[in-house]
Each structure stands twice: as structure tokens, then as C-alpha cells.
Ligand binder design. Sequence first.
Ligand code: SAH
Length: 216
Amino acid sequence: MATPQPPPEKMMFQLTLRRRGISDQAVLRTMEEVPREAFVERGDAAYAYRDSALGIECGQTISQPFVVAYMTEQLGVQKSHRVLEIGTGSGYQAAILSRLAREVVSIERYRTLADGARKRLARLGYDNVEVILGDGYELPDTIGTFDRIIVTAAMESIPDRLLERLEPGGVLIAPVGPHHGIQTLVKVLKTDAGFDRRELVDVRFVPALPGIAREL
Ligand code: SAH
């Protein structure tokens, strides 16, 4: 008997990611397994496997799949890793990370989004993700340190206080740049000598804003 084929839109999705240069097999497999349609707005389910960002509640966005895959690949997540995400949004990136890491802590400044993502992730069985309502610029002291940090909202610069949360050998990836201008994905590696910083590609993210959002 022939092995069942994934639906055509999922095959196209994989093809697009490969064509655009994603080659890490674990990342590609995870992108195939995590149901993006469960993270987009109900009316957008038909567009879930297009390679584009989509609007979610609170005027925020679920990132473009290629960017999610690219950042995940660049992060180099291993099974033993504790990972921090700043900007939970829909919880999609957190779900992808949770399949590759030991533990994911994701922080979001909108209560509506944090509560929504927490419920969605629990319902779908991503039980090694903790979603925290909070501000990624003011991490709670008790949050600890991380092997990998991913920021999914644009910061004008990377705060030292965030870099301090990296374990030795740790990697941070963040979009850096003005809120309405060109932002660049920056990768920072914590070495014995200090921090090694590299610029990857230009991107476009919603801004990282300080404080817990007052509305909702
Ligand atoms: N990773 C998300 C997409 C994130 S959009 C996904 O997979 O769906 C960026 C998110 O970052 C928004 O939800 C926004 O509210 C949040 N955000 C912005 N500034 C923040 C901050 N200082 N702390 C925590 N979350 C923040």
C-alpha cells in the first residue's frame, strides 16, 4: 500500500521552505508537524500554509513561515536546551521550538494573547511550554538562564540585561532596528571572550514595546 501523502498545500509549504534554503531536517519535519492552521485566526485557516505573515488579535502578527523556519534553524536548538522566546503572539513559534528543545519559556505583553496561546498550546499537547504574561525588557529575576533566546518583535537595540540571561555558548537571535524602518536579524553568540555579533538578513517585525499592554 502506498504511504499516505500529506495534503497538497503542506507539500507546497515544505517545498517553499526548502527552495528558500532551509535544510535542517529536524526543522523541516517540525514545520510539517505543527498545524499552523490552529494558530491563525479562524477566517484565515485557508491561508495557513501560504508563506506570509497573518494578522492575529491585539493588532499583532503570526510571523511568515519562512522567517520562523530560518530563525529556528539559525538558533541551532538541541534537545537538552532551555529556550526563551520574547513575543508569544499566537504561540506558533513556541510550538515549533517546544518540539526541538527540552523546555520553552515564552513571554507576551498582551494578556489576551498570552491566555489564548497558553490554552491553545495545552490543547494541542505542547506541554513543555510555559507562557508568561510580562515584559521581555523586564524579565523576572526568577526566570533563570537560557541556552537559546529568540526575540520575535523588533528591538531598537539588544538590552545587556537580556544578554546576561544567556548560558556560556548560548545564542540569541533578534530583529534589531527602528520600529518603522529596516530591521536586521542579529545573531549573538556568547563566547568565553565575550559576545560575538553577526548580522543575518533584513526582516520586518512588529515593534517590541515596553511594559505589559494596558488594553485587554
Ligand atoms: N512569535 C509569534 C509572533 C510574534 S508577533 C508567533 O509565533 O505567533 C510579536 C509579539 O511580541 C506580539 O504579540 C507582541 O505583543 C509581543 N511583544 C512586543 N513587545 C513585547 C515585550 N516587551 N515583551 C513581551 N512581548 C512583547
